[in-house]
Design a protein around this ligand. Structure first.
Ligand SMILES: NC(=O)c1ccc[n+]([C@@H]2O[C@H](COP(=O)([O-])OP(=O)(O)OC[C@H]3O[C@@H](n4cnc5c(N)ncnc54)[C@H](OP(=O)(O)O)[C@@H]3O)[C@@H](O)[C@H]2O)c1
Length: 263
């Protein structure tokens, strides 16, 4: 029986994956903020860890609990999402999108590294959407105190999540680390604090153009079930070239050092 850990597993694509792996007979751990949403999943045989992953303290607590209760993780799916169009600072003083979309993922991947190493064919699926430019990240301003825009913040965390794959696979060459995004819009909750324009666009476009979460996650299931060691990038089922910068190894190390100094 595999152990599959899914952040953001109470809703959207994370919930679709949780349902699939429970039906397949795997051990599933769902992480999210809402107990009510978890209960609505009717996933009584899944485990639930309530955590606000925009808080470092909560991410650490969830990781500690996973470490106490499991000695192996076969698949870690990073799919928690709360879209903020504006810069927001958490009660811990971190920029909220950076904290949820990167710091939490960094803590999970590094803090659970030995549990992933204990699996035969470990896989991390990071739904950060590959393809951000190599220079999208500002190492001197990781929490984007200056010049925050939704677009910049999004590209910044996406690039950081690709660099995280370099750190993770260097530490564990048997690990399959995949940055993944859907081929087109997926009809999900789009939870977040966004302006009217984005809300209206999502409300109009999702029913017209959006795919069902159950359909969107099929390629992820294939990647988890037959993992290949090393880094890879996918949109849907289609492999995408990894973004290659002039100094990827150094950039990944610089990111790790910068993050460790601030959490
Ligand atoms: N939908 C799309 O078209 C699309 C396109 C590109 C990329 N993606 C990516 O795919 C992934 C999944 O997206 P989705 O659309 O399926 O998401 P979604 O339906 O909006 O669900 C988000 C999930 O994240 C959890 N969550 C939100 N804030 C959280 C927090 N602070 N701490 C812990 N959990 C939190 C929510 O649960 P609680 O409410 O219980 O906390 C929920 O389970 C995300 O990484 C997203 O960026 C989606």
């Amino acid at each position: 029986m595999r152990t599959i850990v899914i952040t953001g597993g109470t809703d959207g694509m994370g919930a679709a994956l949780a349902r699939h792996y429970l039906a397949a007979g795997d051990r599933v751990v769902v992480i999210g903020r809402s107990r009510a949403k978890f209960d609505a999943l009717s996933a009584s045989n899944a485990a639930f860890i309530a955590a606000d992953l925009s808080l470092v303290q909560d991410s650490r607590r969830a990781i500690d609990q996973l470490r106490q209760e499991h000695d192996r993780i076969d698949a870690l799916v990073l799919a928690a999402s709360f879209i903020r169009q504006r810069r927001h600072v958490t009660t811990e003083g971190h920029e909220a999108s950076w904290s949820l979309f990167f710091l939490s993922k960094y803590l999970f991947v590094t803090g659970l590294a030995d549990l992933l190493t204990a699996a035969d064919k470990p896989v991390v699926v990071n739904t950060a959407v590959p393809g951000a430019r190599a220079d999208a990240i500002d190492f001197d301003d990781l929490e984007m105190a200056d010049g925050f825009t939704f677009r910049r913040s999004n590209a910044h965390q996406r690039r950081a999540n690709e660099l995280l794959g370099i750190l993770a696979t260097k530490q564990n060459p048997a690990l399959s680390y995949i940055t993944w995004g859907p081929t087109r819009l997926v009809r999900t909750s789009f939870a977040g604090e966004v302006g009217t324009g984005m809300k209206v666009a999502a409300a109009i476009m999702a029913p017209l153009l959006g795919q069902r979460a159950e359909d969107a996650v099929r390629p992820i299931i294939g990647l988890i079930d037959t993992p290949t060691p090393g880094r890879a990038a996918y949109r849907g089922a289609k492999p995408r070239p990894l973004t290659v910068g002039a100094h990827d190894e150094q950039d990944a190390a610089r990111l790790g050092t910068g993050v460790e100094a601030n959490i």
